[in-house]
Design a protein around this ligand. Sequence first.
Ligand code: PEP
Ligand code: MG
Length: 872
Amino acid sequence: MGEQWVVDFDASDEADRNLLGGKGAGLSGMTKAGLPVPPGFTITTAACRAYYDADRTIPDGLWEQVDEAIARLEESTGKHFGGDADPLLVSVRSGAAISMPGMMDTVLNLGLSATTAPALERLTGDARFAADSHRRFVQMYAEIVLGIDHDRLRLPTGVEGPEALRRLRHIVRDQTGAVVPDEPHEQLRSTIASVFDSWMNRRAIDYRALNGIPDDLYTAVNVQAMVFGNTGPTSGTGVLFTRNPTTGERAIYGEYLEDAQGEDVVAGIRTPRPVAALAEVSPAVYAQLTEVAQQLEQTYRDVQDIEFTVEREQLFLLQTRNAKRTGRAAIRSVVDMVDEGLIEREEAVRRVSPERLEELLHPVVQALPTTRALTSGLPASPGGASGIVSFSADEAVALTEAGHDVILVRHETSPDDFHGMVAAKAVVTSRGGVTSHAAVVARGMGKCCVVGCEDMFVDYVKQIFLTDGATLSAGDVITVDGTAGIVYAGAVPMVEPELDDYYDRLMGWVDDIRRLDVRANADTGADAAVARRLGAQGIGLCRTEHMFFEGERIDVMRRMIMAPNQTVRNEALAELEPFQTDDFEQLFASMDGLPVTIRLLDPPLHEFLPSRSETATALVNRKLQLRTATDLGRIDTLLEEINELQATLDQVERLSEANPMLGHRGCRVGVSYPEITRMQSRAIFTAALRCSERGIDARPEIMVPLVAFSTELSNQRDIVEAVALDVLGSDSGVEYRVGTMIELPRAALTADEICTVAEFVSFGTNDLTQTTLGLSRDDSSRFLPGYVRKGITHADPFQQIDERGVGQLVARGVELSRSANDDIKVGVCGEHGGDPASIAFLGRLAIDYVSCSPYRVPIARLSAAHAALEVS
Ligand code: PEP
Ligand code: MG
């Protein structure tokens, strides 16, 4: 006996989803549960595979099996395929194992012909209905099977009945020279072959590529007896959700359209009514529908999205599937289902995806599919914001103070723009990757940000930016979707976030399940307070150089970095110390009782140096002015300015590095200038002491950055410990640890040696990615999106950890760290610490915690729970 390609709904095994496709499996399940499903059969995905394996040849035995299945269908319905008394009509629908909505084809009313159409008219006594059904079939067949463009098959309004059919036949002949066959078996065979073919149509291929669905899944074909919603006022069609897909509320939600077939709802020609309207027309049917909805939810233990048709007061179900829903609905429905005893807590946690949770934490831009994007870039920091365009940080502050919502648009940002970033609602840059200054700082502030919009050209002089097809000026309104990485013109609607009891309960279960701790990367007391509110268990990274971005501090910081000698540097450090001490005190207070990891200064110098070209231009300008100046006072001022600018330029040139990210930064600065490490240590311990006097439990962890050699760490540790002894004495009660970041390949490979000196280690996967790939984090956006599009890398390695390369170094580093000291605390504090896919990987390593920006803390908690449940 040959292979079985065809199975009836009541004989197939619902569990065989790969063979039956999602729709076929659902129909099988509903049929077996005794629900009112029109009978039919599934042609398996194996048949479609065989069709392609044989170069698009129908496999042996398929047509015979289809004929036999049709014969069974005739018997169960009492109707006859092609019959002139009570004709059997069928629908033919595609259905792969993974839902690909609208990508492949469907033909309805198949079986209508010159013989059966009059029979249908006689049977129903409804000439309009019969003609309408026949017209729909011819139109669909012409489009799907004969490949005629949908628009060419449009008829003028008012053309109906026999005239509509005549015109359609004419168009078909004109376009293809073919005819729509009248013989139903012939109709069926060509339609089945077309559905197989639609697996390889352009949009299906693109959809699969986009969603990572393999090409070799293939589609099943479902052939099902037709039921008609377009037979008058006691018929209709609708869609029903067992719970509200927007709010999750436990109440039936949906739409119903009287006297209509499914595609009328989709086409939007008529406006459907709420499904409850059915209760007025047909109370018994409505009661049955609500009961069936309950039954389906109980069976599938999830919110269902059900398509149904009513034919003359008789209910039929055509499809059921797990409903797509918003983040709010996703959380409420799973929490309710746990209370109802439908699912376990683990299952509830498993079902909420990080993307859905993210919706709850930030405003969500609700763009319609038709809203045209101005430009797109990397989604650097989620959320949404609308406001007027400003190209300068100072102006952004002024406009904000004047009561406007402002979007700061820059080539890229630097610490000079910090105040503008604080003031702005969102930040957009044309350059930079997801670990660029703009991205890291915006994420830290929970501010929506899109970076690396490569097709956007920003012209500061003309105060405009150009994108493909649009020019926008300062003051124009734009909307930024930081979750999707898209910028829109004008104000696009948004929904505001709100955390409710359902969220709290779910997150409680999340915390019970996860094994990884979650800390936050936070630089201020305010950020730390947000992080704690969102569930952070400490600070995993305070980037102390960020504390100098604001106001007068940046000038002092610059003076410190530019200091020509130790005396000047010490003066600047003395000015910085009180700021640092106050900041640390706030940080410890916000994190009372929890560890606070403070990283010693790690400034890539280029982020803090004055611009070389701007300084040089200013110098030339002053020299030109000096040539024409006559006033003596003015000449004195100019000479002074020239001297100052010349000194600055000389120092900038001395300090300029060909590659600052690999230059004099990290612990290298502290080794060269121990007074910096000393000042920071003093600030940390003084703040801890002050806290302890206030009854606050401060737990400082001092972290040395960018260590390559364990000896660098020993050098810095000695300095820190000497200051500790000096400030704390021997019995202050303040406990502290000294550890390091592992963010260079050499550090990862010698972690055992490093761990003989370090009391904790934290993997800085941003720099580890940069140095392992030899790829600058600030320049990667120029070509990385293209790499992802071309499939060279499957994701941006600065967003999602490169498991094979960087991941291997982390794994090895963890193993070596533990081999030296099994109790050592190991964390990860690069941006990957807030990325779900990276956490799934990191959760398999023996680390203690991940640390991420405050607003990602809940996402990291959920992802850590998923890692524990091994949801990938
Ligand atoms: C890192 O390199 O991963 C890190 C956390 O440090 P930064 O991003 O500040 O270089
Ligand atoms: Mg780093």
